[in-house]
Design a protein around this ligand. Sequence first.
Ligand code: ADP
Length: 381
Amino acid sequence: MAEVTEDQVLDALKGVTDPDNGEDVVSLGMVSGLVVKDGNVGFAIEVDPERGPQLEPLRKAAEEAVDAVPGVLSVTAVLTAERQAGAQQPPPPQAQGLAPQGPAPHGAGPDAPLAPGVKHIVAIASGKGGVGKSTVAVNIALALTAAGHKTGMLDADIYGPSQPRMTGISGQPNSADGQTLDPMENYGLKVMSMGFLVAEDTPMIWRGPMVMSALQQMLRDVNWGELDIMIVDMPPGTGDAQLTMAQQVPLAGAVIVSTPQDIALLDTRKGLNMFRKVDVPVLGVVENMSYFKCPECGHESHIFSHGGAKLEAERLGIDFLGEVPLDIEIRETSDGGRPIVVSDPENEHAKTFRAIADRIWDKVNDEGAALGRKMPEIIVH
Ligand code: ADP
């Protein structure tokens, strides 16, 4: 079948008119971020914030128009609201130097700090998908909650959000004022995910700038309130979108999750380098699916290159935060929306996750170490 082209998509969108002025959305310059990949189409429709809530039918009409193009397999259209009419998208980046924590002044507008009430933001990242990053992230977030810290979880894996499933939350977030969203909550953990805003089976193929504005909105336009710590489940990989996120979100640090195999394949080192490039301290590495523990006899089978993460971390001078085995209970509980830290807190793996979470907490609260760079020395004579 012939590949669908951007022109075909735009032609279809020319048939969709903005109800308020009768012109088509393409001529009005409302379509942005168009991506066409193997028959999957994604784009944004930029609208004024006040009109956003009324324009769902327009969004639907745009999806339907594109869906009718021969060869199109899926369509994802999102409404993006510019913060000020005529303002440039995406919002201006935060200062490159990053302000990892510290008191940030409150205020509104695109220059406002992204999450002023959040003390520490920690990214959980991986060099590639499928290593258990989301599983580790949710268990760490719940372990921090169990330790009494006010915790939030931002699922920034916009391409394939898993946190609605893993936290066992469904439904859509509330908006009391029509401007900001209340985060969802389960097990005492506040959660926001693109998965609450779009259907789970919708493929997400957005390009970098759109991903960025979605992430910034999930930080800025969500009522996170006062949090001790926020865990960000990053999209897998080390591409441009991840790099931009790492750069523009005021991260206190990053944790890299890897399997024994992907250590061997250098993916983890790419992750380390990505955070180094943007001057975000890497708090440490977690080796997931580290070994296999037989549920019948308790025998531990060590998977090829088990221990690689620890060795590699040592070699690179990065802390090793812990190892989590391949275990059916970990899988079943996290995929079933009741991660092991909350469903079986006395389980040894739950204890492992709590120990990892404690290490992360200690690190972000030990400012000098958390910042990974020298703090100015105050010398008292
Ligand atoms: P990622 O976020 O890196 O793509 P996920 O956290 O979604 O990976 O995990 C992928 C799959 O592997 C999920 O089904 C998850 O339950 C499972 N999984 C993750 N970690 C473990 C583990 N330690 N033991 C067993 N299954 C695991």
